[in-house]
Design a protein. Structure first.
Length: 469
């Protein structure tokens, strides 16, 4: 393979990728409001000569290169979070700026930069004849990931394809372009959204002893949730979540858990009802963001909350449940699903992971590279060493459905830094756009399907058994 020619082609498209990314950043595209950026991507794909460009019923934009029956997919979610407090931004997040090395604005790293690299990576494949016979490339700009990661791919698998078996028979693997700080990522923790509801009885605030204050009961639960996250595994009352790294607590999967990192939980929202500001609150609810490592199940995570001392103390007035998601897409279509996002890990030896590793070695060497010192800071570990090339995400991606739910092989490599995600003054690096586009272009020719002698999956979390496709 002529790696130098691929690099040269990607470098030649660098200015075009920068312009395309800045155009996407300039179009606000929070979850369920992606229409404008979807049509801008469709326009770019058509201009570049994609063989087919379409928008599915959920509003995902899908571009095709090649005519084979086997599919290699490249996924980029194109929705962003909001901007939060505008006073935390030094410049307009939807106008931004570029300098010699960086691009500023909401969505640069998370993760419209990945869409720019993927769109041009497939163009390079076509220009240079790098799509193997019998294959076609599926470039997806997916929607609503920030709201409900993976739901977009649940829709793709069950509404664009004819269900999981059909999708698995056609899609060889998926490259996620979520930011990877210059690394190749083969998995991440799962997550679930848990709700705790507490009942109380209202009364006049001048005599609170006549009522039963739901906020006060919830206050005790909140401290227990904090303790569950922060306690040591040996705490006799509430053993902390680090326990899953210990073979005593997690004999089958502690090694996978050590690779992914421990699970976490944090209170993310709080709600209440009360007749007035001079009354006792008669209900209080919280949302818990629960990140799950290998060996944890949705049942174990719900039971941990139910077993907290304060939840047991007020058991008759406490309900612990999992959220559902049914928010309409920008097209108006609704795909209802549970807010459960399974943990997954690939084997490093899996042929689709190996194809990315081989492409990286051929193009860029054996270690992570970076654009400048600011980018390098994101790619070193706590000991000051460059992080391993093959690693995992801290956060969650559409891989929770692609591989976690459906077992379609998935692997990550994308421009930008995880630390920029959801942060004010978000930036990405022009250098990364070029690096990623080149790698995407090189991968299909290096993929060796004959090496699929066993499952690519090292770990996939047990599903809920609910009637969710």
């Amino acid at each position: 393979m002529d790696f130098d020619s691929i690099k040269k082609a990607a470098e030649g498209y660098g200015p075009a990728m920068t312009k395309f990314l800045r155009d996407m950043i300039a179009i606000p595209s929070e979850s369920c409001e992606e229409k404008g950026v979807v049509y801008r991507i469709k326009e770019e794909m058509e201009r570049l000569g994609y063989d087919k460009v379409e928008i599915d019923k959920l509003g995902n934009v899908i571009g095709w290169m090649g005519t084979g029956s086997k599919i290699i997919a490249i996924d980029s979610h194109i929705d962003t979070v909001g901007i939060g407090n505008i006073n935390n931004w030094t410049d307009d997040p939807y106008k931004g700026w570029e300098n010699e090395t960086e691009i500023y604005g909401r969505g640069g790293s998370d993760q419209e930069g990945g869409m720019a690299s993927a769109t041009y990576g497939a163009k390079i494949m076509k220009d240079m004849g790098l799509i193997p016979e019998g294959y076609k490339i599926m470039v997806v700009g997916s929607v609503q990931e920030e709201d409900c990661d993976g739901m977009c791919w649940q829709s793709i698998v069950n509404e664009y394809f004819d269900g999981p078996e059909d999708a698995r028979s056609k899609i060889e693997f998926v490259i996620s372009t979520e930011p990877t700080d210059g690394g190749i990522y083969r998995g991440h923790r799962g997550r679930m959204e848990i709700r705790v509801d507490v009942r109380g009885v209202s009364c006049h605030g001048s005599a609170p002893e006549r009522g039963d204050n739901a906020i006060h009961k919830m206050a005790e639960i909140l401290l227990n949730v904090r303790d569950l996250n922060e306690n040591s595994k040996d705490n006799p009352e509430i053993p902390g979540l680090e326990k899953m790294l210990d073979p005593k607590w997690n004999p089958e999967h502690y090694e996978d858990a050590r690779f992914l990192g421990r699970g976490t939980c944090t209170t993310s929202q709080i709600f209440y009802t009360s007749p007035s500001r001079c009354a006792v609150a008669d209900s209080c609810s919280i949302s818990i963001d629960r990140r799950m490592t290998a060996g944890e199940t949705y049942q174990s995570c719900l039971k941990e909350i139910e077993d907290l001392p304060a939840c047991k103390k007020y058991a008759k007035d406490v309900k612990v449940s999992m959220y559902m998601y049914d928010r309409p897409a920008w097209t108006g279509h609704v795909y209802e699903t549970e807010c459960f996002f399974p943990t997954w890990i690939n084997k490093e030896s899996a042929p689709h992971v190996k194809a990315l590793i081989d492409a990286y070695h051929g193009l860029w060497g054996n270690e992570r590279i970076w654009a400048d010192d600011k980018a390098k800071e994101k790619r070193i570990d706590e000991n000051g060493k460059i992080r391993p090339l093959c690693d995992k995400w801290t956060f969650s991606t559409n891989g929770v459905s692609i591989q976690g739910r459906y077992g379609i092989p998935c692997v990550g490599f994308g421009p930008g830094a995880e630390s920029q995600a959801h942060a004010p003054n978000e930036i990405t690096w022009k250098h990364d756009l070029v690096v990623c586009a080149a790698l995407y272009a090189a991968v299909p020719e290096l993929y060796k399907p004959g090496d699929k002698k066993e499952s690519a999956t090292s770990f996939r979390q047990e599903l809920t058994g609910n009637d969710i496709k």
